[in-house]
Design a protein around this ligand. Structure first.
Ligand code: ARG
Length: 391
């Protein structure tokens, strides 16, 4: 019998995969990655066994997700199509990597995921498999099995003794981890429909947020967030804290039409309270401590980094090279940013750094001006030379 390792969520798809593969002669080991989706993992593990898995691993990957995936992407300023903090995209190479490690330990013959053939996640899983465990068989049952609808899957699950807790109707497809939440399908498929309030979970309705603004100070050291309101925190608790503070003020909602790798445009809703504050804050320190050229150059790489991450190319040379660049780039991204949160908005209201290049003496229009304005005349003459007609 061939042994395979399945990335298991406890949802209907991955639960049906277990008997479906068993009937085709496979032994299935399930791997559950706890990335902060808030499930009852003892129930998830029991469900995997009930569905027919021979063994289940449940791994807490929250800290690793934030420290080794979210923070590098934050340092890179990576926002896909300028909006999406990539929370879901970052979790896939992490889960797939652990799945591969378990497959090696268990001397398995193959790797399985429950992604559809229309999305990005299949690519993120399989690129990781191919690079980290070449030679292992890759199985994606959802792309090829006979079920044409959720109802057919539910009927199959019941027949096979798979516990079914979902009702036949499932209004949205949701993916959650500590760094954000993604919602799609159902009524959201009409891009003109305003998202119903009941899809949100990490952020309150801005209309119901407090009537007084909340201020939050985020401290950074070399591009890594290290404190909230003066209190030192490790990255994971810091993200959880910012999720809470920003979420309470309705901050972190994104509604976008995005371009999937497979070419489809899709409408996705995101909630990423901590990510919204952190991206805003880090950029603010950068603008204080870095020179103009570095800032401009970084923007080119941010877009590239976001695309690589979105497109499943996390484990590639260019991504590693860009991380090296960003470590150097953030040598002086140390300081504090003060942000005002108010009814769904986050606004920077103050910033400071021991490495600030900002000089009040150079900028002032008041007393103590150190800028020699008489030099401007010559500068502008030379600046124009390339565009003048010379005979
Ligand atoms: N579109 C996002 C991505 O590709 C999220 C995918 C999962 N979304 C969902 N609602 N299940 O990273």
């Amino acid at each position: 019998m061939k042994k395979v390792v399945l990335a298991y969520s406890g949802g209907l798809d991955t639960s049906c995969i277990i008997p479906w593969l068993k009937d085709r002669g496979y032994e299935i080991i399930a791997v559950v990655g706890d990335v902060g989706q808030g499930d009852d993992f003892s129930k998830v593990k029991a469900k995997a066994i009930k569905s027919g898995a021979s063994k289940v691993y449940c791994l807490n990957l929250q800290q690793e997700l934030i420290e080794d995936y979210a923070i590098p992407a934050l340092k890179a300023g990576a926002l896909y199509e300028g909006k999406y903090n990539l929370a879901c995209a970052l979790s896939r190479p992490l889960i797939a990597d652990h799945q591969v490690q378990i497959a090696k330990k268990e001397k398995a013959d193959g790797l399985v995921h429950g992604c559809t053939g229309k999305g990005n996640d299949q690519v993120r899983f399989e690129v990781t498999y191919r690079l980290k465990a070449p030679g292992l068989e890759v199985l994606a049952p959802v792309r090829v099995w006979e079920f044409k609808s959720r109802d057919e899957e539910i009927d199959y699950a019941k027949k096979k003794g798979v516990p079914v807790d979902a009702s036949k109707k499932k209004p949205y497809s949701i993916d959650t981890n500590v760094y954000g939440r993604a919602m799609e399908s159902g009524v959201l498929e009409d891009p003109m429909v305003e998202p119903p309030e009941d899809i949100f979970y990490m952020t309150v309705d801005p209309r119901k947020a407090p009537n007084k603004p909340a201020y939050v100070e985020v401290g950074f050291e070399k591009g890594v967030p290290v404190s909230v309101n003066g209190k030192k925190m490790a990255p994971l608790p810091l993200v959880l804290k910012l999720n809470e503070i920003a979420g309470k003020n309705g901050v972190g909602r994104v509604d976008m039409i995005e371009n999937r790798l497979v070419g489809i445009k899709s409408r996705e809703l995101y909630e990423n309270p901590a990510g919204t504050v952190l991206h805003l804050a880090i950029r603010e320190i950068e603008s204080l401590v870095l020179d103009r050229d570095s800032l401009r150059f970084k923007e080119l790489l941010s877009q590239k980094y976001a695309e690589l991450t979105y497109n499943g190319l996390w484990w590639t040379p260019l991504k590693a090279q860009m991380d090296a660049f960003f470590n150097k780039y953030h040598e002086h991204t140390t300081g504090t940013v003060r942000i005002k949160l108010y009814k769904g908005t986050a606004t920077v209201v103050g910033r400071k750094s021991p490495y600030s290049r900002y000089s009040e003496k150079m900028a002032t229009y008041g007393k103590g001006d150190k800028f020699d304005q008489s030099l401007a005349e010559g500068f502008i003459k030379l600046w124009t030379v390339p565009f003048e007609k010379h005979s």
